[in-house]
Write a protein that binds this ligand. Structure first.
Ligand SMILES: [Zn+2]
Length: 76
């Protein structure tokens, strides 16, 4: 038994990735842009996403309670 296996080829550290709250993209916290809001640090894939979040953070933090994207067709 030899344990000198120092090849880190298939390192799947997906636990390090965080979600961009604006576009929902998985970003690397080490390289992503960050913004501190209400005591929590959020990560963004780009400056554009961060800027959108900064303008209206509530719209991105609010959980999807009301599915406004799919209105019911039963309205007359
Ligand atoms: Zn983004």
């Amino acid at each position: 038994m030899q344990h000198d296996h120092e090849h880190h080829q298939s390192v799947t550290k997906t636990s390090q990735s965080v979600t961009d709250p604006v576009c929902g993209m998985q970003v690397d916290p080490n390289t992503a842009l960050t913004l501190d809001h209400d005591g929590t640090t959020y990560h963004f894939c780009s400056d554009r996403c961060r800027d959108r979040f900064r303008h209206d953070p509530a719209s991105f933090l609010t959980p999807l309670k009301t599915p406004t994207t799919r209105p019911r067709a039963t309205r007359t």
